[in-house]
Design a protein around this ligand. Sequence first.
Ligand code: SAH
Ligand code: TMP
Ligand code: ZN
Length: 406
Amino acid sequence: MGKCLICNSVIDPFMSFGKMPIANGFLTPEQFGDEYFFDMYVAFCPECKMVQLTEQPDPEKMFHENYAFFSSTSSRMAIHFKEFAEHVKKDFLNAADPFVVEIGCNDGIMLQNFAKAGIRHLGIEPSSNVAKVANEKGVRTISRFFDANLARDIVNEHGQADAFLAANVMCHISNFNSVIEGIGILLKPKGVVMFEDPYLGDVIEKTSYDQIYDEHVFLFSLTSIQYAFGRLGMELIDIEPQSTHGGSMRYVIAHKGAYPVSDKVKSQLKKEKELGLDNRSTYDVFRKNCEQSRDSLKLLLQEIKRQGKQIVGYAATSKSTTVLNYCGINSDLIDYISDTTPIKQGKFSPGMHIPVRAYDEFVKKYPDYAVLLAWNHAEEIMAKEKKFMESGGKWISFVPKVQVMK
Ligand code: SAH
Ligand code: TMP
Ligand code: ZN
């Protein structure tokens, strides 16, 4: 039995995914022998309602000078972050000479919009290879892990911030209480925090269990976020649901009492109760749904393979590491995974060791079937891959259900 990372209550895992490798740990055959695995158990805290991994690999094992995820590989996400930045500029940066901080800024996909507008900003990005790309774009970025100590240093050097931004990173940080404490130190009395992450409500509704992997230490809900920030003097004041990454939630948070709380927060909290997000039995049903999804996907791939058809994977996403390892899908079923990220190409997928090849290979000879491992980018991919479909190619998807897409 472990302890909750937020409130220290005893927590009991509701599900095991078995041994999992580092989701973004694409590797060469010489590295197969030393590959790192951890037991991936997921637990629900009955006290603060936070859904979390019970064991987390060291952050240095995941975020380093060879981090494989470059945010700007998705053009749709570039547009999303441009809009996010516009919204912040328009609604929250009314002070003279405002200061914006973003943690996990990666290659500068969001902050570049502030940099171009000449707004004072600072990116915090521990993975130095992606931070370097941000700096080269004119985005001022330091390569550190954000926590309360770093927040003090930033205040000493730059003063307090008007806006604290984060996307797809808050749920990555196991010392979350230190991050919240840091935000409290860094934020001006009337400053705002805006961060977005995959939403627990969507994961439960769509059985999108692939949102669970080493980097995703937490699956947030309004209920758990309200608790975590509330105990350190801050308050959830608004929400903005997002369609990105298969269903995300953007949380707007401020010092307690600084702003009124929107009715949207109250009605979404009510919806979470109806969905049972505060109830352990919901997670037992989720586990059964995951097991069913796993069994049907494996059966479907085996059946297609028996017909002598070729199957490849489309996009070597971090999420696919969970699916492939949990379902036991290896290169007997999937010949290779096509991906546009140069650092992943020529390497092998974590755990299952399926070759990752350049996107050109997919275009040169279309397979019979492609497993849509980047289902969260489906819209962008469908628009791009009309020729694959015209040539008779079929998609296999597994969220919200296992199916061959027509
Ligand atoms: N915001 C980008 C990148 C998300 S990936 C986007 O949405 O596309 C998560 C990023 O957070 C990685 O680049 C990782 O290096 C960084 N990160 C991980 N832990 C962090 C921490 N404690 N402080 C700041 N950044 C962190
Ligand atoms: P993500 O789901 O974690 O955002 O990862 C996206 C991965 O998918 C990244 O490795 C790039 C890859 N990708 C493609 O190969 N082709 C595409 O069209 C898109 C949108 C992503
Ligand atoms: Zn708890």
